[in-house]
Design a binder for this molecule. Structure first.
Ligand SMILES: Cc1cc2nc3c(=O)[nH]c(=O)nc-3n(C[C@H](O)[C@H](O)[C@H](O)COP(=O)(O)OP(=O)(O)OC[C@H]3O[C@@H](n4cnc5c(N)ncnc54)[C@H](O)[C@@H]3O)c2cc1C
Length: 414
């Protein structure tokens, strides 16, 4: 469908259906039925198969109308994309709609105290007993687990196979007695993460996804979506118009809860948007050394945005390139965030260390400096992205491995 046709169709549909006086749930169901909740999804599953250009037109039409979109955000988006790729018809039927309507929120249960980068070393145990899976073990750094109804879970169903082969992937109900969620506090004062303890937690047989022993392949799908930025949240500020009607109150409440773990995410990306205004306001813009570093930052930032848009559109057009665009984009985001912190430090000097309302940008610069390290860790560290690029793109020799053979016999960090 051409750009003009997309614009006409979405605008006509919004004119006919949008009303801020509906409840959020009523509206979301209409949205899902009309195929406008996730138009980039396949036509069989609530979507229209739209590409990024068509999606941009849809988003602009929703913003112009002030219309609320689907509730796909954070780890729920990762769950949805994974279920779309690997789920059975029954799993898609049971889970996708409630992700779009916002009735259910998800979290990602991958990392463990002894296996983060070495994700395939997961030792959470899943045993098939009497037609269901019984899960015991500990996960950590689980963003939004304290709000989640369900989790996407990587666990070991066979300890006698080599480590990548003994893993399975499950959809687990978080609201059960065998699952305990304990919040963690970060150095920037926010509390986005949790530890999740599972003790004989139950997963129904039909909630194994991708087949027993295929967990690693399914997890790779989730991680590739995560590295392409699918775990980011939605911004409601782009909605135009008067925002009057009951739906906006419900939507604002939903956004407040869903975005609470992510309020510092713009800071972890380096707040590139603040650099030039602050350089002008402080007079640092007159310093040629600062200007040089700003120019470096802005060019990296623009080049990275263009490269990821190009990669996304190549992916949508079905090119089978061996370029792990997610890894390259993620690494670029880390480099940009670090450079932005460096420039903020040059501009603000010692003031960059102060928090509170009297400090630089009401503490935003200080929060940026202590939040940017997270972007080099979340979703796979910089070193891991470099390993992926060196092995899969540059064809360099693989790392030496001491972890072959049955998982039970491998020495691990306990
Ligand atoms: C903001 C944020 C959000 C997160 N959200 C979630 C979530 O929702 N769910 C979830 O499951 N996890 C989540 N995580 C956890 C994240 O995936 C892990 O922290 C990450 O994979 C690194 O694992 P680790 O912390 O165990 O570090 P380790 O794996 O112990 O790494 C320690 C250091 O060793 C380096 N290293 C390790 N292996 C190698 C190697 N082979 N070659 C070179 N260097 C290596 C690493 O690069 C790192 O510098 C989140 C983390 C952050 C920061």
């Amino acid at each position: 469908m051409k750009a003009d046709e997309v614009r006409r169709e979405v605008e006509a549909w919004l004119d006919a259906h949008w009303s801020p006086d509906r409840t959020l749930l009523e509206w979301r169901n209409i949205l899902v039925d009309g195929g406008w909740a996730a138009p980039h999804w396949p036509t069989d599953w609530y979507g229209k198969g739209f590409d990024p250009v068509q999606m941009a037109i849809v988003r602009a039409a929703f913003a112009k109308k002030g219309a609320v979109g689907a509730a796909q955000s954070g780890p729920s988006g990762l769950a949805a994309e994974t279920i779309l790729t690997h789920g059975s018809g029954d799993q898609k039927q049971r889970y996708l709609r409630s992700i779009l309507t916002g009735e259910n929120a998800w979290c990602q249960l991958f990392s463990e105290p002894g296996s983060g980068s070495d994700l395939a070393g997961s030792s959470t145990k899943a045993e098939s007993i009497d037609g269901q899976w019984i899960v015991s073990g500990q996960k950590v750094w689980n963003t939004s687990a304290h709000h989640a109804d369900y989790g996407i879970l990587l666990a070991r169903s066979n300890f006698d196979l080599p480590k990548h082969q003994g893993l399975s992937y499950y959809l687990i109900n978080m609201r059960q007695p065998g699952v305990e969620v304990r919040p963690l506090k970060q150095m920037n004062g926010h509390a986005s993460f949790n530890e999740v303890f599972m003790t004989n937690a139950v997963v129904a047989a039909e909630d194994l996804i991708g087949g027993e022993g295929n967990g690693w392949a399914v997890a790779a799908t989730t991680l590739s979506f995560e590295r392409r930025g699918f775990s980011s949240t939605k911004d409601s500020s782009s909605l135009q118009g008067p925002r009057v009607g009951q739906i906006y109150d419900e939507f604002d409440t939903e956004m407040k809860i869903a975005n609470e773990p992510y309020t510092w995410y713009p800071q972890r990306q380096g707040r590139v948007d603040l650099v030039i205004p602050r350089a002008k306001a402080t007079g640092a813009i007159k310093d040629p050394a600062v200007r040089q570093e700003i120019a470096k930052l802005i060019s990296m930032h623009k080049a990275s945005a263009l490269a990821s848009a190009a990669a996304e559109s190549r992916r949508k057009s079905g090119t089978n390139e061996v370029i792990p665009a997610g890894s390259i984009g993620k690494l670029a985001a880390s480099v940009i965030a670090r450079q932005a912190s460096h420039v903020h430090t040059m501009i603000s000097g010692a003031d960059a260390m102060r928090s509170g309302t009297q400090s630089a940008e009401s503490g935003m610069i200080a929060e940026t400096l202590i939040s940017t390290p997270a972007i080099s860790i979340a979703g796979g560290t910089d070193e891991i992205q470099r390993n992926i690029i060196s092995e899969r793109v540059l064809g360099m020799p693989k790392e030496m491995r001491a972890d072959t053979g049955p998982f039970r016999g491998i020495k691990r960090n306990e």
